[in-house]
Structure formats: structure tokens, C-alpha cells
Design a protein around this ligand. Structure first.
Ligand code: GDP
Ligand code: IMO
Ligand code: MG
Length: 432
């Protein structure tokens, strides 16, 4: 029995989907525990490909998949994803938590209005209604999957929600509601009917699997710097995406967790607003963005690019209790003049080794770099061949980089990913 959490150790888009897909072969089930359709996880396995927002990345293996209570659910997106996967002749063995909250059109409307109202504090959200839905959950106005599939309960709860939220649109934001209770009720009652067959108690089923000696993978969304408590507030997202959130979001106690794998991209990317100490600009950023295809999976926005930041990485390691690393996308940097790693910050002539909570203090942090030799640019085919041959076949400069990252992080690298496909992977230490 193993129960492994995979988390993003940076600002999201580290390659969690790819890593989860790789590990899913060894697990019996995969559980999504946080976020909503703001997440975009790309999974490629030969001819099979999926861009997943809500379905767990184990889906391409045809494994059992769960969407836990910690997720906010956009039913339309989920139904579209199910249809996409079924089109590829992959069976969907899904259990959807009756406790997961539902995102309604009014949440997306409010997301837009609130972003405008926030001015320079806007996070540059994905406009998927995530913040407003989590706000309603915390304020206990929210509507869960249990009510979505119960027409009478849905009608009552949705009426209250719409009456209130439409007033908010009109009176607080001086807007005009775009969605109406009648139309939304009709549309969502139908989603409830379509999703009913998947609904169950995720916590009971996952814990039963663990009791029976089966192995479970808990798939994170976003990254530590976007976590509601430990991320760069208010520029992050609205859920608990760290390993602690995996326990509450899936309904699995911390005593069952056997490993926490932190996914680390060999550089930094950020989609959205707020300070990023190691951010690059100009031709170098453009080159890395193009080589790495760094455009948002959910919104298509170009991602901001920076060097690897080991200050935020050690923050992620501490708040998640990361035991092992999965290092991704170093192939993208191949052929650069040099690579840099930020080992500490400097602010007002002081050395800073922990992320300040204050935005202004964080924004004032200047990165202190260590410079390493870069490895050559290899083609996708060459990286794949090197992956098949094992670590000794990889360029010596890359191996030195990997050792330095492990040393700075004080954690071993368990998995190396050097291309988007499942085959472009080397497993160095087992977690299952
Ligand atoms: P996630 O949100 O953490 O799952 O990451 P995304 O899927 O949003 O973004 C990662 C992107 O990089 C996807 O397009 C992946 O197919 C791709 N990718 C993942 N691992 C690697 C890798 O090691 N090398 C390269 N070149 N691409 C990768
Ligand atoms: P995955 O799982 C990268 C960012 C948004 C914005 C902030 C809040 O693919 O790594 P939200 O819509 O959640 O209210 O936006 O968080 N953000 C992400 N950035 N990857 C993600 O998910 C993200 N999910 C949200 O850009 O700055
Ligand atoms: Mg993503």
C-alpha cells in the first residue's frame, strides 16, 4: 500500500499532469483534491493526449479516478472532458464527491467583476469563477454535488444563491447579471441528471482501497506559491493546494501518506500577476517560452519566465513536507550559454533565505544567483534515447545541475522528465 501526493512546488504548470500520468501506471487510483477548472494538466502518451481541467491525470491508463470534496466543479467542463476521453476509447471509471462544490455562471461573472474592482491587486485569474465559488463555500452559501443531483434541493438553494448574487452584481459592482435563475436551474438540473451515476463518497471509497492494500495517488493543482495560505496572497488561487490540502480535499488522513513528491520545473514560469523575483525579460525569456511551449493550458496566455528559485522551492518543501522531487523540462534549457539558480535573495543589503509574507518585502527581494554550465541542445528523439539508456547517458552538465538542485533542496530527485511524452522519463527512486 502506498499513498503518494504529487504537488506543484512552484507557481503551477510544473508538469504535474505528466508526472501523475507516469506514476498512475503504478497506482490503483488517482484522486484530484483541489482547485477547479482553473487547472490545466497536459498528458501525452504516444497517440493519446489530453488537456485535463477536472479529470485526474490517471485517466489515460483507464485507472479508477476520483474528484474529491476539495475541488470546485464546473459540471459542463467535466462532462466535456468525459466525452473527450471516451472518444479515445478510454473507459471513465469516475467517482465524484457529493461534497464537492459547484461553480455556477454567476461565479464566473463575479470573478470578472471582482478582478476589475481589485485594480493592481488583481491576480490575473483564469476567470473560471474559482474565487467566488470558494468564497461561497466558506460563507456557507455554496451548493454541493449532493444538491446538484437532487432537483428539489437544487431549486431551493439556487434560488437563494441567485437572488443574493444578482444583487451583488447589481448593487456592489454596478453590473448587469448575464445569467438568470430559470435558465441556470434548467441547465444545471440536466447536468445533475447526467452526472448522478458518477456520484459517491470519495473518502469512504479511497480509504477502503487503502485498507485493502491498494495504492492511491493524490494529484495536486497549481503550486505552493498559489496556495491560499502559504502562497503569495492575494496573487494566488483560492484553495489549499499543498499536501495538507490533499488530506482534507480527498478525505484521507495524514497518517496514511507515504510520500510527497514535489514537481519542480528546471526554471520558473508564472501565468498571472504579482512579483516573481527571478523573472527574466527580453530574448532569453522569449526563447525559453517558445522552447518550452509556455502558454497557459487553460487560458492560452503567455507564461512569464524566470530562473529556478530555490528560496521559493525550500518554502514549498517545508509547507508540503516534500520527501522527493520530480525534475521536469530541463530539456527546454538545452543549448543556453549558462543556467542560473537563485540560492537566496538580497534586500536592503540583507541576505534573505525565507519568502517574506509581505508583498512589498517580497517585491523588493533581488535574487542571488549561482551560475552553472548548460547542457547541449538535444532533439526530442535524442532526449528520448538518453531516457531509455538511463542517467549515465545524460549530458554531464545536466547531471551536475540535477545534483546541485537536490543538494540545495536537501531532497533526492526521484523522477526526471525530459520531454512531454510518458516515455521521456527516468525513474531514479520508487515511490510505489
Ligand atoms: P501542470 O499544470 O503542472 O500539469 O503543467 P501543464 O500541463 O500546464 O504544463 C506543462 C507543459 O509542459 C505541458 O504542455 C506538458 O506536456 C509539457 N511537459 C511536461 N513535462 C515536460 C518535459 O519534461 N519537457 C518538455 N519539453 N515538456 C514537458
Ligand atoms: P495548474 O494546476 C498556473 C493562477 C492564475 C492567477 C491565480 C488565481 O495547471 O498548475 P484563479 O483562476 O485560480 O482564481 O487564478 O492563480 N493559476 C494558475 N497558474 N497554473 C495553474 O494551475 C493555475 N491555476 C490558477 O493565473 O494568477
Ligand atoms: Mg497547468
Amino acid at each position: 500500500m502506498a499513498c503518494v501526493i504529487v504537488v506543484g512546488a512552484q507557481w503551477g504548470d510544473e508538469g504535474k499532469g505528466k508526472v501523475v500520468d507516469y506514476y498512475a501506471e503504478q497506482a490503483d487510483a488517482v484522486v484530484r483534491y483541489s482547485g477547479g477548472s482553473n487547472a490545466g494538466h497536459t498528458v501525452i502518451a504516444g497517440k493519446k493526449k489530453a488537456k485535463l481541467h477536472l479529470l485526474p491525470s490517471g485517466i489515460l491508463h483507464g485507472k479508477r479516478v476520483f474528484v474529491g470534496a476539495g475541488v470546485v466543479l464546473d459540471p459542463k467542463t467535466l462532462l466535456e472532458e468525459i466525452a473527450d476521453v471516451e472518444k479515445q476509447d478510454i473507459p471513465v471509471k469516475l467517482v465524484l464527491s457529493e461534497r464537492a462544490h459547484v461553480v455556477f455562471p454567476i461565479h464566473r461573472e463575479l470573478d470578472e467583476l471582482q478582478e476589475t474592482a481589485k485594480g493592481k491587486l488583481a491576480a490575473g485569474t483564469t476567470k473560471r469563477g474559482i474565487g467566488p465559488c470558494f468564497s461561497d463555500k466558506a460563507a456557507r452559501f455554496g451548493i454541493r454535488v449532493a444538491e446538484l443531483i437532487d432537483e428539489k434541493a437544487l431549486k431551493e438553494r439556487l434560488k437563494t444563491l441567485y437572488d443574493l448574487k444578482q444583487k451583488e452584481v447589481e448593487c456592489v459592482y454596478c453590473g448587469k447579471p448575464k445569467s438568470s435563475f430559470d435558465a441556470v436551474y434548467k441547465e444545471y438540473a440536466e447536468y445533475g441528471r447526467l452526472l448522478k451515476k458518477y456520484v459517491g463518497d470519495v473518502s469512504v471509497e479511497v480509504n477502503d482501497m487503502l485498507d485493502n492494500g491498494e495504492s492511491v495517488l493524490l494529484e495536486g493543482t497549481q503550486g505552493a506559491m498559489l496556495d491560499i495560505d502559504h502562497g503569495l496572497y492575494p496573487f494566488g488561487s483560492s484553495s489549499s493546494v499543498i499536501a495538507g490540502g490533499a488530506c482534507s480535499g480527498a478525505g484521507v488522513g495524514p497518517t496514511r501518506i507515504t510520500d510527497v513528491v514535489g514537481v519542480v520545473k528546471a526554471y520558473t514560469s508564472r501565468v498571472g500577476e504579482g512579483p516573481v523575483p527571478t523573472e527574466l525579460s527580453g530574448a532569453l525569456a522569449d526563447k525559453i517560452r517558445e522552447n518550452g511551449g509556455e502558454y497557459g493550458t487553460t487560458t492560452g496566455r503567455p507564461r512569464r519566465i524566470g530562473w529556478l528559485d530555490c528560496v521559493t522551492l525550500s518554502h514549498a518543501i517545508r509547507v508540503n513536507g516534500i520527501t522527493k522531487l520530480a525534475l521536469t523540462k530541463a530539456d527546454v534549457l538545452g543549448g543556453l550559454k549558462e543556467v542560473k539558480i537563485c540560492t537566496s535573495y538580497e534586500s536592503e543589503s540583507r541576505k534573505i533565505t525565507e519568502n517574506p509574507a509581505s508583498i512589498s518585502q517580497f517585491a523588493a527581494c533581488k535574487p542571488v544567483y549561482e551560475t552553472l554550465k548548460c547542457w547541449p541542445a538535444l532533439s526530442g528523439k535524442e532526449w528520448r534515447q538518453a531516457c531509455a539508456a538511463g542517467m549515465d547517458a545524460l549530458p554531464i552538465e545536466f547531471r551536475a545541475f540535477l545534483l546541485r538542485v537536490a543538494e540545495l533542496a536537501r531532497r533526492p530527485v526521484a523522477l526526471v522528465s525530459l520531454g512531454p511524452d510518458r516515455a521521456d522519463t527516468i525513474e531514479l527512486k520508487r515511490v510505489f
